[in-house]
Design a protein around this ligand. Structure first.
Ligand SMILES: Cc1ncc(COP(=O)(O)O)c(C=O)c1O
Length: 342
């Protein structure tokens, strides 16, 4: 087991207390609607977000895809950011499996979409064009928290132009903790929100899609079609319930550790982008990337070191772990200087 793993917040291992909750979970066949723990998780998540219904998925990718397919019919269009996970990192699933046309727009440096560009991208009612059906946003995006003011403006535009709305909230609790606003207020007005339990919240797997009843009902049919109907999955839902109960407010610690890492790297002379949540983006000379990654690995530290490296803090990284990373980076610089070649 590595001492510190900064590759992603998906690497966390369930704690003994979470495992105990999983072991004790009451279960049933969830495809038959028999699993009380899954039902409890779905209801708890829906209530937290002030939405009517919830639906448990194995992954965020499947939850996003089912949501997009619930919103859009074949040949309909989603307006989405170039950097959005649903567009860029989900294998083109919405197009491949949902026959949904993406209309990607460049994300602004703060992660938002320019609303004038969104409006201009909405297609007129003309048979030449796909029917623009959905606006899909993401929060946090690239570690940046998007505030309520912007979201409210985006929703108002969507309503004015008859679009439905989906939020990829894989890390919505990081945004809520950073912005100090409850998730039901931050996300108010979205038709569906996909909430990952397996990232900062520390569950081994699982995402809940929350939304209006009709959309969640549609997503349930689609989930079955996509092979995501699971059976005695209360074992995983119990981890999700534990995560919602115990691992939300502590996200502030991950954010503090990310700042500690950023400050330390900056003090060592590396360019670091401003940190908002649990992601640090730091610049490393191209030729130093592979040797630094290897050096860190030799010190039991896992990180993807690239010219613009993303380093992620989470439940299994504490301040001492951050200090160990900084010491290893500093040691690498010392060795490089002595060797003169890096
Ligand atoms: C913003 C965002 N959305 C969705 C996902 C997909 O989640 P999963 O890996 O559970 O499919 C990820 C995964 O990293 C993500 O970062």
């Amino acid at each position: 087991m590595p001492a510190v793993d900064l590759r992603s917040d998906t690497v966390t291992r369930p704690t003994p207390a979470m495992r105990e909750a999983m072991a004790k979970a009451e279960v049933g066949d969830d495809v038959f609607g028999d699993d009380p723990t899954v039902k409890e998780l779905e209801a708890r998540a829906a209530a937290l977000f002030g939405l009517e219904a919830g639906l448990f998925f194995p992954t965020g990718t499947q939850s996003n895809l089912a949501a997009l397919m619930a919103h859009c019919g074949r040949g309909e269009e989603v307006i989405v950011g170039q950097d959005a996970h649903t567009y860029r990192y989900e294998g083109g699933g919405a197009a491949v499996l949902g026959s949904i046309q993406p209309q990607p727009l460049a994300n602004l440096p703060d992660g938002t979409l320019d609303l004038a560009m969104v409006e201009a991208a909405i297609k007129p009612d003309d048979p030449h064009f796909a029917v623009t059906r959905l606006l899909a946003l993401e929060n946090t995006i690239g570690g940046k928290a998007i505030g309520r003011d912007y979201l409210a403006k985006a929703l108002t535009l969507a309503w004015k132009r008859g679009l439905s709305t989906h939020l990829d909230g894989a890390r919505i609790f990081n945004a809520a903790v950073k912005l100090d606003i409850p998730v039901n207020q931050l996300c108010a007005g979205f038709d569906t929100v996909s909430v990952c339990l397996s990232k900062g919240l520390g569950a081994p797997a699982g995402t809940v899609l929350v939304g209006h009843q009709g959309l969640v009902d549609k997503a349930r049919r689609i989930r079955k079609m996509l092979g995501g109907g699971m059976r005695q999955v209360g074992i995983l839902a119990a981890a999700g319930l534990y995560a919602l109960e115990h691992n939300v407010t502590r996200l502030a610690e991950d954010h503090a550790n990310a700042r500690r890492l950023a400050d330390g790297l900056s003090a060592l002379g590396f360019a670091v982008e401003p940190v908002q949540t649990n992601m640090v983006f730091a610049s490393f000379p191209k030729e130093a990337c592979a040797p630094l990654q290897e050096h860190l690995r030799s010190r039991e530290i896992l990180a993807f070191i690239t010219p613009r490296a993303r380093l992620v803090t989470h439940l299994d990284v504490d301040a001492a772990g951050v200090d160990a990373v900084l010491a290893a980076v500093s040691e690498f610089r010392g060795l490089s200087r002595a060797g003169g070649s890096r």
